[in-house]
Design a protein around this ligand. Structure first.
Ligand code: HEM
Length: 483
């Protein structure tokens, strides 16, 4: 017994010493990078572990909000570098050695084989397949659906016009989800399911909680937790929808030479030989990434215009001065005739980027801000904070001023000062799709309505993980415009 008590700790100490020695270069390089303030010997995890989701945003502000060039910290076994400038964003997003997504974070989306989380050859293959769903011809094919569903959304909102404040999010989300579902997964009318929206509404906050518990990336440990069970139950409507999608599209499981096609026809094409797990995870992530992103951005955009009457007036004037007639569709090309609306959307995504923080992992050493970042380090890109940095955007950085995107100063900013859709080889595949859909929505909406809200800009509270939500809700009063 006493021998065991001596040998066991000795084995652990020796194993640890070998582990450290093998990784001596890693620790040597990591040791040279300045630490985030407020860590305990460089360790940060104790501040985040198990933290309540409502406190994550406050903590992120403390850890990432400072205008420091580069900092680092340990998060349990992970070494994390905080890249805090547009220059570093550019280096990371264009490096072939920073394409990997760290498992500890991205497994939290519950679809590790899907494109948002997968890596290496699987990611390259999936990206190639899914790119076939975003060709200009297909985007034009989606155009009449964008217009049809947006007009339905305007009619639905019209039923609430003049009747006091309400939260517009679920209406916007329904529109985005119908567009995504009908255009990409179903070819019929009965594709919309409000349970899917409620399911995602209820579980994104749990996804955040899951990310704060890194041991949950170990499958068998995760399965033992009540959080895991709650998430499983919460996501059941989404799982049911995926099964329905697969059943209805059974006929697409053939080998086809089709060069382009909507998501489901690509995913089921036998030519690509995707496994059942890959197909399930990809559908899951495409639903989540394809509707929630545009729904949140559009909702906060409407809220910003409700709070900023001058900007709203300029939007309305731009629509009135155009040839837009609500009895006809706006083509994707015609959305370019609304530059002020584009600035409004950009300003919304600057202040409220739906993905406020994203991560990469280095697969080789890279140079960043004069430091060598070791292989296997996690790199955080806190775009929310860089988008609001006064040293980049000026002393009014935290204010909503769409005109800044028309100014020479902003046009001359660093190419990576504004990256709401990320960049490089893992940039958002749906950015054009999203921009067309959002512009078509704003034009149709403000042709008919004007909005006001009792919520004040300074009172806005945000929840930032994993996607950015306004905690106060998207409450506004919609009034029919007198033309
Ligand atoms: C306002 C709307 C949107 C925003 C702001 C946005 C933003 C982003 C960001 C920041 C990423 C990279 C995330 C990371 O690196 O962790 C991403 C990835 C992605 N997005 Fe979007 N997105 C939007 C809409 C859409 C839509 C509508 C679709 C599909 C219909 C879509 C499909 C994708 C895909 C497939 C990826 C993964 C790309 C890869 O890893 O290779 N997105 N998006």
């Amino acid at each position: 017994m006493s021998i065991v008590l001596i040998v066991f700790p000795l084995v652990i100490i020796i194993a640890f010493a070998i582990f450290r020695w093998r990784r001596r270069r890693f620790y040597e390089l990591a040791g040279k990078i300045p630490r985030v303030e407020g860590t305990f010997f460089g360790e940060l995890s104790y501040r985040f572990l198990g933290v309540k989701t409502e406190n994550i945003t406050k903590l992120l502000y403390e850890v990432m909000g400072a205008d420091t060039p580069i900092t680092s910290a340990y998060f349990l076994t992970e070494f994390m570098v905080l890249a805090n400038t547009p220059e570093m964003f550019k280096t990371i997003l264009s490096s072939p050695h920073c394409l990997k997504k760290p498992t500890i974070i991205y497994d939290g989306f519950f679809a590790k084989n899907g494109i948002l989380a997968n890596n290496g050859s699987m990611q390259e293959k999936h990206r190639k397949i899914l790119s076939n769903s975003f060709t200009p011809a297909l985007l034009n094919q989606h155009n009449s659906l964008f217009n049809e569903k947006v007009k339905k959304f305007v009619r639905k909102v019209g039923e609430k016009a003049g009747k006091g404040e309400f939260d517009i999010y679920n209406h916007v989300a329904a529109c985005s989800l119908e567009i995504l579902m009908k255009g990409n997964f179903f070819d019929n009318e009965d594709c919309y399911d409000s349970n899917v929206i409620h399911s995602f509404n209820n579980t994104t906050i749990l996804m955040a909680a899951r990310m704060m518990r890194p041991w949950m990336s170990i499958d068998f440990l995760a399965k033992l937790t009540s959080l895991s069970k709650t998430i499983k139950i919460g996501l059941q409507p989404v799982e049911n929808k995926i099964k329905e999608i697969l059943k209805i599209n059974e006929h697409l499981k053939v080998e086809s030479d089709q060069k382009q096609g909507v998501f489901i026809s690509q995913l089921l094409n036998k030519k690509y030989d995707l496994s059942d797990e890959e197909i399930r995870d990809e559908i899951f992530l495409l639903i989540f990434g394809g509707y929630e992103t545009t729904a949140l951005t559009l909702s906060v955009c409407l809220l910003m215009l409700a709070m900023h009457k001058e900007a709203q007036q300029k939007v309305i004037e731009e629509i009135e001065n155009s040839n837009f007639d609500e009895n006809f569709d706006i083509t994707n090309e015609e959305t370019q005739n609304f530059p002020y609306i584009e600035s409004v959307l950009k300003e919304t995504m600057r202040l409220f980027p739906v993905a406020p923080l994203f991560f990469r992992e280095t697969t080789a050493e890279i140079e960043l801000d004069g430091y060598t970042i070791p292989t296997g380090a996690m790199v955080a890109l806190p775009i929310y904070f860089v988008h609001r940095r006064e040293s980049i955007w000026g002393s009014d950085a935290s204010k909503f001023i769409p005109e800044r995107f028309e100014s020479e100063k902003v046009k001359n900013l660093h190419s990576h000062a504004f990256v709401p859709f990320s960049g490089g080889k893992r940039m958002c595949l749906g950015y054009k799709y999203a921009m067309y859909q959002m512009k078509i929505t704003i034009v149709n909406f403000f042709k008919k309505f004007e909005v006001e809200t009792s919520l004040k800009y300074d009172e806005i509270e945000m929840q930032m993980v994993p996607t950015l939500h306004i905690v106060n809700g998207y409450k506004m009063k919609v009034n029919e415009r007198k033309s």
